[in-house]
Write a protein that binds this ligand. Sequence first.
Ligand SMILES: O=c1ccn([C@@H]2O[C@H](COP(=O)(O)OP(=O)(O)O[C@H]3O[C@H](CO)[C@@H](O)[C@H](O)[C@H]3O)[C@@H](O)[C@H]2O)c(=O)[nH]1
Length: 326
Amino acid sequence: MTWLITGGAGYIGAHVVRAMTRAGERAVVYDDLSTGDAARVPDGIPLVVGSTLDGDRLARVLAEHEVTGVVHLAAKKQVGESVDQPLRYYRENVEGLRVLLEAVTAADVSAFVFSSSAAVYGMPDVDLVTEETPCMPMSPYGETKLVGEWLVRATGRATGLSTASLRYFNVAGAASPELADTGVFNLVPMVFEKLTENAAPRIFGDDYPTPDGTCIRDYIHVVDLAEAHVATARALQSSPGLDLTLNIGRGEGVSVREMIDTIAAVTGHHHVPTVTPRRPGDPARVVASADRIATELGWKARHDVHDMIASAWQGWLRHHPQAARD
Ligand SMILES: O=c1ccn([C@@H]2O[C@H](COP(=O)(O)OP(=O)(O)O[C@H]3O[C@H](CO)[C@@H](O)[C@H](O)[C@H]3O)[C@@H](O)[C@H]2O)c(=O)[nH]1
């Protein structure tokens, strides 16, 4: 098959492109390069610079490259920004998806993989979040992902398009230093930034009802996440009419304090963290049940938190060589 990978020049997308092509699939990248980087697109893979709001452009690309499957990752993804600019998030994430689906259903495309998020669950009050846990997003970002899932599923039911919504938990790590996340919006890079400034990392609240008082998340290596896309693409290819919703996590909770301890061990930068007040909207615990994807697709994560942090640190050093410790 030939897969159009929207957002394929982004951090996660670049990993998905590599995993798909390594698995023998053809790929075409579609990216507006607003946050993506053309240098992340491998040699020999076509890059079309365009917006998912441009239906004519999409229709031409789908036809020209004889695209038969789509992995849709292009989206805005900052929770705080979505609170300040909800209409922009609805336009890019919901309207962009609607326009893309219109082009897809008019073309010869049989499979559609949608990049969703654990943000659809909001503040889940359960030990392990299953795909049946009620979705109550807490931010416009999470809302756009949930509405996106509805659009994708409804389109599949109406047209026979095979669909999957993949709910990513907390993504970290890199396959190689040049593919690392260059944004400083999540725990791992935010701690790296502090350590580079020779400052203490921050813990946003240590009074949560968790064993060490800090928030617990399910961190997933981007390489494992990319492999989950390959497994999903294969399933959609071989079983027409599929309608999958899957958590992509490891099923293991790690606290902020445990993450900071591992970061210190990997980087050699040891600072006693500063505890600041809670960040509004942070749930105490969000950990996936990864059972459904194991049963449905036989996929399981292989990399642990140490791998994620060590590979992310190699990427960080590439852009911040002054952070290296002798
Ligand atoms: O300097 C820091 C940065 C973060 N945190 C904490 O670390 C945890 C993880 O934070 P972060 O990496 O920002 O991830 P989340 O807030 O869990 O959200 C991520 O994971 C969600 C999926 O679960 C996605 O929807 C979001 O887009 C993505 O940012 C949270 O408890 C934060 O309060 C700190 O204590 N100190």
